[in-house]
Design a protein around this ligand. Structure first.
Ligand code: C2E
Ligand code: CA
Ligand code: CA
Length: 528
């Protein structure tokens, strides 16, 4: 993965994690808001129901008081009549004043101020009523020019009236359920506001009332119409500051959403990082069989003929080839190496099985790691696999480095089992470890591979180039074969051959090849 790809991936990761964190938090917030709105709507409905009951009750009481005046038998505005008016005004606590007016609306008398003759009502005339019912009831909404001077709601019939405080309609509403709502009572026949709570926007209330059938569920208004009277109430949600709203927000939802978001984002990050981590990608590669094998010819240094090949694994990662040095250590560390070894064997048998069966003189060397050398597992896989293909055990050889002898006793036992089964075993990278020599004494092996570092120095530095020569001498003493690795120059090949190394491998002869190229190469050196 190059820097650009890594940057793009990191950006994608951040975007995904942010979305994963925000989505549940956002949903939590929406639910919180919805639940808040539902609560608000339920509260408004309760207030509206109570307000309508109150408005109907007040109307009924005022009509009752008016009816009582109608039953007074004394002559209008006579002292007994006025006495009755005062009694009625006193017994009905909602009634502020009661009185009479003539056909032209001129004032005749008032329970508070007495008869016109007393002088104070002279010339006072009621304006045309704001509303007139079919059965002769009339009403004025918001009359100021009444005895007492206060704004009054006046109801009249047949020349007599009662006056009341309009706030009767809207006060004493229970606002314990929450912050005070705005309430307005409306006469539905003439669309006039009868009473409102203080500081209510009358024009806005009327507009809402007129739009009532279209008021949406989440509107901050509720309209209730009376079925028995031409009355309606409009309740508006209290105006709340942002802080009040935030305080009232159901935080449980919101916090739940945020917590879920964090958990989800954590999970997403973990999942993505795991998938994108080298280990996750390598596991994927094992699952998807993304490994290919290159075959580097091994040649007889005397005849320069090819005798076999070393199977070298490569990871085909998208359209790139990853070299084993970059993933074998990780695969060993993460317990994936055995699966890779198996896939290498499968590929070798698939690609070269026929070739090996046909030319028994060739062999393929397979590299094993420590876990492959601690149990018989690979041997148990190998035996039946080559038997199915008709490949002889001698044609599959094993390469093991010192690093793979972690459990020396187990390795010794497994190596001996491989040899007994007919597979030659080579000690790889010989001379690079600390105890190469002691291993030669402990393990019975068939050959050793002189590491490229010793071949590199041949012809350059007399002291270190003699190491290769010493190794070859020692191998002769122990009667094991020698394969020299990394031969790049003719001079090296000649030197090694002269010192007694039988086999060699390196770019001088051939780089690692595909199976088809290797078969061609082998044919060429055979002289076929
Ligand atoms: P190795 O077993 O020592 O393999 C020889 C390495 O030297 C190979 O590198 C090969 O391509 C390279 N080489 C061969 N001739 C020359 C040359 O003339 N000049 C230079 N500069 N290099 C040369 P490669 O394929 O990258 O393999 C690296 C190591 O990965 C191998 O070292 C081996 O230890 C390990 N490996 C490869 N395949 C497998 C496998 O299937 N299983 C396990 N466990 N390890 C493997
Ligand atoms: Ca090797
Ligand atoms: Ca080697």
């Amino acid at each position: 993965m190059n820097r650009f790809e890594r940057g793009a991936l990191a950006a994608l990761l951040i975007v995904i994690v942010v979305i994963a964190a925000l989505a549940p938090a956002g949903i939590g917030f929406l639910f919180a808001q919805r639940s808040q709105r539902q609560e608000e709507a339920a509260r408004l409905n309760t207030v509206a129901d109570a307000a309508l009951v109150r408005a109907e009750d007040v109307t009924r009481r005022l009509s009752g008081a008016l009816g009582e005046i109608g039953k007074v038998v004394a002559a209008p505005c006579s002292p007994p009549y006025l006495r009755e008016l005062r009694r009625i005004a006193l017994t009905h606590e909602q009634v502020r004043d009661a009185g009479a007016y003539d056909r032209d609306g001129r004032w005749q008398c008032s329970s508070l101020l007495g008869a016109v003759s007393a002088g104070m009502l002279d010339g006072l005339t009621l304006p045309p009523p704001d509303w007139r019912s079919r059965d002769g009831l009339v009403a004025w909404y918001g009359l100021a020019r009444l005895p007492g001077g206060k704004i009054s709601l006046v109801m009249g019939r047949n020349g007599f009236y009662i006056a009341a405080d309009p706030s009767l309609y809207v006060d004493s509403l229970d606002t314990r359920a929450g912050p005070a709502s705005g309430v307005a009572v409306i006469n539905t026949e003439v669309s006039r506001v009868i009473a409102t709570t203080p500081a209510t926007d009358v024009a806005a209330i009327l507009a809402v009332y007129r739009a009532a059938p279209r008021v949406r569920d989440c509107s901050p208004y509720v309209v209730r119409r009376s079925v028995s009277m031409p009355l309606a109430v409009v309740v508006s949600a209290p105006h709340q500051t942002l802080r009040q709203r935030l305080r009232a927000l159901p935080w449980a939802w919101l916090l739940g959403g945020v917590a879920a978001g964090i958990a989800f984002a954590g999970w997403a990050a973990f999942f993505i990082v795991r998938r994108l981590s080298p280990r996750g990608q390598l596991s994927d590669a094992v699952r998807r069989h993304q490994f290919i094998v290159a075959y580097q010819p091994i040649v007889d240094l005397a005849t320069r003929r090819c005798v076999g090949a070393e199977a070298l694994v490569r990871w085909k990662y998208h359209d790139r080839i990853v070299r084993p040095d970059h993933f074998i250590p990780l695969a060993e560390h993460r317990g994936l190496i055995q699966a890779i070894t198996d896939q290498v064997l499968d590929t070798v048998l698939l690609e070269l099985g026929e070739f090996l069966k046909r030319y028994p003189e060739y062999y393929v060397s397979v590299n094993l790691s420590a876990p492959d050398l601690t149990t018989h597992r690979f041997l148990d896989v190998l035996g039946p696999a080559i038997a199915r293909q008709g490949v002889r055990p001698q044609q599959i050889r094993i390469e093991a480095t010192e690093r793979s002898f972690l459990d020396a006793d187990a390795a010794k036992e497994v190596i001996s089992a491989f040899r007994q089964a007919g597979h030659a075993v080579y000690l790889d990278d010989f001379g690079t470890g600390y105890s190469s020599l002691s291993h030669l004494q402990t393990f019975r092996i068939d050959g050793l591979k002189i590491d490229k570092s010793f071949v590199d120095t041949i012809g350059q530095d007399a002291a270190s180039s003699s190491v290769a020569s010493h190794i070859i001498d020692m191998a002769a003493t122990l009667d094991v074969q020698v394969i020299a690795e990394g031969i790049e120059r003719e001079e090296q090949a000649a030197y090694l051959h002269a010192r007694g190394a039988q086999f060699g491998q390196g770019w001088l002869f051939s780089a690692p090849l595909s199976a088809a190229e290797f078969i061609r190469y082998a044919g060429k050196t055979r002289g076929a």
